[in-house]
Ligand binder design. Sequence first.
Ligand SMILES: Nc1ncnc2c1ncn2[C@@H]1O[C@H](COP(=O)(O)OP(=O)(O)OP(=O)(O)O)[C@@H](O)[C@H]1O
Ligand SMILES: [Mg+2]
Length: 374
Amino acid sequence: MAGIIFEGVSKSYGKVEVVKGIDFEVKNKEFMVLVGPSGCGKSTLLRMVAGLEEISSGKLYIGNTLVNDIPPKDRDIAIVFQNYALYPHMTAYQNLAFGLKIRRFDKKEIQERVLEAAKILDIEALLDRKPKAMSGGQRQRVAIGRAIVRHPKVFLFDEPLSNLDAKLRGQMRIEIAKLHQKLQTTVVYVTHDQVEAMTLGHRIAVMNKGSIQQLDTPDRLYAHPRTLFVAGFIGTPPMNLIAGRAGEENGSLFFQGDGQTFKAKINSRPELRSYLDKEIVLGIRPEAIHLRKQTDKENYAVLNCKIQFVERLGHESFAFFLLQDKQLVARLKPEEPIRPGEEVDLFFEVDKMHFFDKVTEEVINPAPPPAPAT
Ligand SMILES: Nc1ncnc2c1ncn2[C@@H]1O[C@H](COP(=O)(O)OP(=O)(O)OP(=O)(O)O)[C@@H](O)[C@H]1O
Ligand SMILES: [Mg+2]
């Protein structure tokens, strides 16, 4: 068992720095997810932990050991990739046993470990089958099994589910969460699927362009995004973002959307006083925009608009509307009888608004700032 510490870890290919001085700690037994768009450096970071990629600068510790110069085979780490690459001519049993065999484990130990992993993954009935006689999900289980038999200190996963169809992905997600509960091992899990990230991670590191934008629990990432990037990345559909300015009129504070489109009184947000006439961005989640006033809330900004189209998902509906030429979305109760083309008043909850500095792209923090996640 071991945690992982990154101290100013960077990676460059030639002159291009693809991982930029990353500092963070994965705690012992923690399930840490790295999420971010394609090319942001997730796999590179993971491969540095595995020792498959050299570190350009900085220090990397696994447990208490500085591993910069320790070869992959001596790091006591197992990695599961998207392309699980089982040996096609071997049965599931032989695939599971192979890694132990080349490490010269004795036969009895190998058998014990293989059967134990097969039991954990519920693939005992498949042990005599070759990969071509297994489904994608079953093959991926065997691939995970190959990692489990090694009893590693740390598990690394690089998009292990992206080759599976949506339903199977959902099932395997639960399997992986259960697996972690059972094994209680440190996990670093890379994905670009934010649902996977939100459901699996104890904490999530949101990466963009080689840096960690925010490292936080799923709840706090959703409720307190620290940058515009995180605000737009976490959440489906994503947070609505409206560019504009803060202003003051007769002592009253307001937000004015660019192009005079939208005006909201924001007296309950005094942190914006220091942003008067500066460019800011208002962020509001679809569930904070309502078709009628909630009785327990009094602080709303109202927007009269025309509904463009409505997506009905059964348990909820999404109503899309335009603010100038920008498409925004409200999450509504499924029973709302709203129709495309209808003109309605939408109520924006002022207390649920997020504000970002347009230049630095960082959140304008209400006082007191939320405590960091532990
Ligand atoms: N061997 C290499 N030589 C040069 N550049 C590389 C090399 N490997 C990766 N890169 C670049 O490093 C950056 C990060 O790549 P990485 O594979 O870590 O991204 P990722 O976040 O895993 O993306 P994806 O979600 O698409 O898998 C990319 O811009 C990529 O083109
Ligand atoms: Mg990758």
